[in-house]
Each structure stands twice: as structure tokens, then as C-alpha cells.
Design a protein around this ligand. Structure first.
Ligand code: PLP
Length: 423
């Protein structure tokens, strides 16, 4: 698909009367779905639907081929050494919980240390807190430096011979910063540390080669990369996978079962108990084809251009505090506005059909670091255009003027009323 301007028209949600003028800038939360992905899901149910790995009949084989074909496609997409390194989960969150349980329970002991960072999504904090509690282990974190980067100068002093796992986000869902995973992997390469990378944001626009990155685990969600909800990926190095106990028990993950004892299926199926989210995985495969069709380089270029344009526009508006370095490769922009609560701003801009996120973005420790409870956040996808950014900037400026004027004169009877809403 060469013409970027045509891309929005391939997303049915933007063709509906209700959403034809929608400027959707909450892509770090979830992306919209192109027609090809919707078609793939419908086609699966219409022409292939049967359980996987079970039926000897043709439909069962077709369904298994569709599902297992995506495993190989994902392995190629992130340059995994082998498709047996790819485990399907329902998303990033489940993938991290799987590691914290299946790897953590057999590898973490009392007094061991788990290292995360201050910029993690709650999905990469809570599973480790739960593991630390179960095992009486210690959870430590890498703080940010004054440039909002991971303070890697402290890494050596944070690592001890009790540190067993390092779990870091690749790209922050709040400040957009992309951590230099390869550099970190190089720093720890002479230790026995296992390294998990949360790629929920990065995989959507950066080429990922897990072998070059040097991580043991890499996790991401389908729904942030134009695929359906309910599917996600855990990549794990085979030698690490082989040391892990099952995550959940049930059908498919077993080899032989007696009433008192069971043995396990080979990897990756050992970690996929029960009927998997087959249609969603097929949809994810179609999303990967969609991304290949456009080209990750084209997607990345579009995101960088839109980020640059948005930053330039926002800098012309007084009283905007950007949590951003100005580097357009940081494709998520968080901001606050002097005198106006982000929630009020989002509600006013919703009237202009502009959708973006406000809140703590599931990163409360990072909010605490910045001394705020919430920010507004815009984030881009391949279907966003310069027109979207121009509309956003215009609406931002107008609504800030209105809201600031309102707060100056609370007695004005013509004020737009802002209802109280929990965020
Ligand atoms: N990690 C990061 C960096 C994210 O941005 C998100 C979602 O916003 C997650 C993890 C959790 O993803 P999911 O809710 O799809 O499991």
C-alpha cells in the first residue's frame, strides 16, 4: 500500500457517520482495525472454524494450519530463532504474568532481587510485586535521570549477585522514550540475569530483532498493532523456556495424564492451556501482513513527522508543559496545561471530535516522579494525517482559551459546564 493518504479509508471505523470526522490520537492505548484484519477474522469463522490440534477432519487441519502459520509469521516478524519460541497469550499483561509465574516461581528464591524501572507500565510492575511477595524476594528499580532517561549509571550498583531478572519497557507509553535495549543487554551479558523487554509500544513501528536486542523474553499485544484484542505474544529463548514450569493447566498443554500425575507437551504448547484465541491470533497474523504491506519504515516516518508537527504546534501555545525531549522518534507526547485540568481539556476537545487520553496511563510511579497525578497524552498510528494534527492544535488552542477564560470569570452564565468524572 504505497499511498499513505489512502490508508485511513481502509479503516471502516472512520467511514461511519459517527466517526467520519474523528481525530483518533489514543493509539498507544489501542489502534483501530483495518478492513483486512476484520475480513481475516470473519473469513476464519466462516471458512475455517474448528478447534486446533485436535480434529483429524479437514476443517480442524485448516484451523490448525491458520493458527500455527501465524506462529511462524510472528517468529519471522521479530526475527526469533524458531517458531517454538513464540507463545500466544491474550496480551502483554498476560505474557508478563506468565513469565512472573512460570519462570519466576521456579527461579526466584527468598532474598533474590528483581530489577525493573521507574518508567514501567503497571503490567510490568504488579506481576513482579506479586512474585516478590510470594517468594520473599526484593523488587528494585532503576530511577530516571534529569533527562527522563533510565539512569544506567546506577545499573552496576543496582545489580548484585542476587539479581535474577531485569524487566524493562522498550518504549515508554507515557513519554515515548525508546530505551537502548541492546546497550543494556550488552552491559549485562556477562551476568546470569534473565532480561525481559516489554515491547507493547515499540513493536508497532520499530523493526524488532529479538536476537540482536539480546533479550530472553519479548512481549507485546496484537491490539496496539492494528490486530484484534485478546491476542498477544510472549517470545522466549528456548533454553529459558525449557527451565519453566507450566503457567496454567488444562487441555493441550499435557503429554500424558493420569489421575495422580501428568507430563507436559513440548514448548510452546506446554504454555497454551485450553482452546486458544484462534480467531484473534489469525487476526494478528493479518495485522502483521498489513504492516508488511505498508512497511515499518513508512509507518515510522509518518509517526515521526506527525510527532514533529504536533510538537511544533504545541510549542506555539502558551502554558503547555511537555513531558518530551523534542526528539520526534519519541512518538508519544504527554503534556499538562497551566490552569486547565487535562480532564476538562479532553472533555472540551471531545466536542471537536478529538480523542486522546488523560490520566496516569497505568504508570503511577512515573507520574509520581514528575510530581503530577495525570497528564494528557497523544499518540499516533499509520492512519493519522497532518490534517489530524492541525485539527488537534487548533482545538487545543481554542479550548485552552475558553477554559482559561472560564476559570477567570466563574460567574459568567454562558460558561460550558464541565461535569465531574472519575478518571
Ligand atoms: N506495556 C506497555 C508499555 C503498554 O503501553 C501497555 C498498554 O498500554 C501494556 C504493557 C499492557 O498491554 P495490554 O493491556 O495489551 O496487556
Amino acid at each position: 500500500m504505497s499511498n499513505l493518504n489512502q490508508i485511513k479509508s481502509t479503516f471502516p471505523i472512520f467511514q461511519t457517520i459517527a466517526n467520519k470526522n474523528l481525530v483518533y490520537l489514543d493509539n498507544a492505548s489501542t489502534t483501530q482495525k483495518p478492513q483486512v484484519v476484520l475480513d481475516a477474522i470473519q473469513d476464519y469463522y466462516q471458512n475455517c472454524n474448528a478447534n486446533v490440534h485436535r480434529g483429524l477432519y479437514s476443517l480442524g487441519q485448516k484451523s490448525t494450519e491458520a493458527y500455527e502459520g501465524v506462529r511462524q509469521k510472528i517468529a519471522n516478524f521479530i526475527s526469533a530463532e524458531d517458531s517454538s519460541s513464540i507463545i500466544f497469550t491474550k496480551g502483554t499483561t498476560e505474557a508478563i504474568n506468565l513469565v512472573a509465574s512460570a519462570w519466576g516461581d521456579s527461579n526466584i528464591n527468598e532474598g533474590d532481587e528483581i530489577l525493573i524501572s521507574e518508567m514501567e507500565h503497571h503490567s510490568n510492575i504488579i506481576p513482579w510485586q506479586l512474585l516478590a511477595k510470594r517468594k520473599k524476594a526484593v523488587l528494585k528499580h532503576i530511577p530516571l535521570n534529569v533527562n527522563r532517561e533510565l539512569n544506567l549509571e546506577l545499573l552496576d550498583s543496582l545489580l548484585t549477585d542476587r539479581t535474577k531478572i531485569l524487566a524493562l519497557v522498550h518504549q515508554s507509553n507515557v513519554i515515548g522514550i525508546v530505551n537502548n535495549i541492546k546497550k543494556i543487554a550488552d552491559k549485562i551479558k556477562n551476568t546470569n540475569l534473565v532480561f525481559l523487554v516489554d515491547g507493547a509500544q515499540s513493536v508497532t513501528h520499530l523493526p524488532i530483532n529479538v536476537q540482536e536486542l539480546g533479550c530472553d523474553f519479548f512481549v507485546f499485544s496484537s491490539h496496539k498493532m492494528y490486530g484484534p484484542t485478546g491476542a498477544g505474544v510472549l517470545y522466549a529463548k528456548t533454553n529459558v523456556l525449557n527451565t519453566m514450569e507450566p503457567y496454567q493447566g488444562g487441555g493441550e498443554m499435557i503429554d500424558n495424564v493420569t489421575l495422580s500425575h501428568s507430563t507436559w507437551n513440548d514448548v510452546p504448547w506446554k504454555f497454551e492451556a485450553g482452546t486458544p484465541n484462534i480467531a484473534q491470533v489469525v487476526g494478528l497474523g493479518s495485522a502483521v501482513d498489513f504492516i508488511y504491506d505498508i512497511g515499518l519504515d513508512v509507518i515510522e516516518k509518518n509517526l515521526n513527522q506527525l510527532t514533529k508537527l504536533a510538537l511544533e504546534g504545541m510549542k506555539t501555545i502558551p502554558g503547555i508543559n511537555l513531558f518530551h525531549s523534542g526528539d520526534a522518534s519519541e512518538t508519544v507526547i504527554s503534556f499538562t496545561t497551566d490552569g486547565v485540568h487535562p480532564q476538562d481539556l479532553a472533555m472540551f476537545m471531545n466536542e471537536d471530535e478529538i480523542a486522546f487520553r488523560v490520566g496516569h496511563h497505568c504508570a503511577q510511579p512515573l507520574m509520581k516522579h514528575f510530581g503530577v497525578t495525570s497528564t494528557a497524552r497523544i499518540s499516533f498510528a499509520v492512519y493519522n494525517t497532518t490534517k489530524d494534527v492541525e485539527k488537534f492544535i487548533k482545538s487545543l488552542k481554542n479550548n485552552l482559551d475558553i477554559l482559561r477564560e472560564n476559570s477567570r470569570d466563574k460567574t459568567d452564565p454562558n460558561l460550558k459546564q464541565v461535569p465531574e468524572v472519575e478518571i
